[in-house]
Design a protein around this ligand. Sequence first.
Ligand code: ATP
Ligand code: MG
Length: 420
Amino acid sequence: MSTFQAPKGTYDLIPPQSAVHLKVREAFAAPLKAAGYGYIETPAFEDVALFSRGVGESTDIVTKEMYVFETKGGTRLALRPEGTASTVRAVLEAGLHKAGNLPVKVWYSGSQYRYERPQKGRYRHFWQVGAEAVGAEDPALDAEMIIMADDAYKSLGLRQYRILLNSLGDKECRPAYRTALQEFLRGLDLDEETRRRIEINPLRVLDDKRAEVQKQLTGAPLMRDHLCEACKAYHEQVRELLTAAGVAFEDDDRLVRGLDYYTRTTFEFVHGGLGSQSAVGGGGRYDGLSEMIGGPALPSVGWALGVDRTVLALEAEGIELDLPAATQVYAVPLGDEARRRLFGLVTELRREGVATDFAFGGKGMKNAMKSANRSGARFALIAGERDLAEGVVQVKDLESGEQGPVALDAVVAELRARLA
Ligand code: ATP
Ligand code: MG
């Protein structure tokens, strides 16, 4: 072991488990590619004000969790804690919304940074795949988002998750609700910090995880009873479209989520096997965000799915993903001439799409065969001077143990056929 360890709250993705992470990212991306979303990548750090304005001054993310630093040039930057604000910033900066083809549909895959109290499923460096549809207001777009995430989780074989759905209203109806909620909350027995939150962002108090707070919230006014006609109709359409698509969801009046920019549709995917870090993904509509960061009005909807927690959910359900073998063929040369010939074959096999590895480092036969077995390869290619003189290599099936000679010029085709 070296003197150094991964920083607190982080972990290394290492093989073979890293293959599961990659597979999860691919599963999240698949429905997006099938629905017209293009890939976007933004810097890992941004102007700190993008997040304080975009994510919201009163959120945990901005007040407690951001990694903020000053550059040598005196600019205040933050490591990105989430992907939506950066994505909308990039869309506006590139003028993608002006191309006349709204919504702008983009997806990203990347790590996020939050200074949190580390525990299982809660890290300071974690991975999200996200999707954003910028510049359209349409219940079908909200439904599309939820259906894509549901399809992604289903494609991984996950079963023990629920979809929670709520509407947070819009600028017509939320202000009156906010006032009603504030009046209710001011009458409760709460600590100083929470009392301050009542004045800045009272909805967030509903999201408080502490039992002593939740207990007092039983009679709190609900957004559902304050939605305007437009929001009610919009939400009803989202629900109908989800039902028609066979997506099972639950109405959750208390679902508010941690970010300030959400309006109307909000949703969360929660998994039953993860304890208190149960949210595997979430998102919603954020009609005000673009204007908050200086852009035009661009009603939008999106989600971010947590890769780390989804991997934990797979473990909790005992799901083993069907992963392609990292190595299909392993070549074991005996002697210098065999090394040259086999290395040539290895290159050829790789170019033909067969995952092939080689006994590097001049290992002896016994050691090399051990490596072949450990590599997970189905076949070993073994050749010594005598084989080469006869124009063959030995092909050993590492599952059955059967071994036989194959002509050198036929071995690539032979292996491809046997692996197919
Ligand atoms: P939580 O309530 O658990 O803190 P959140 O509301 O902060 O979650 P979002 O900002 O909505 O989470 O991020 C979307 C997803 O990213 C979450 O559902 C979760 O799967 C994942 N995620 C968020 N924070 C972390 C973290 N610190 N470590 C690992 N995954 C995370
Ligand atoms: Mg959080």
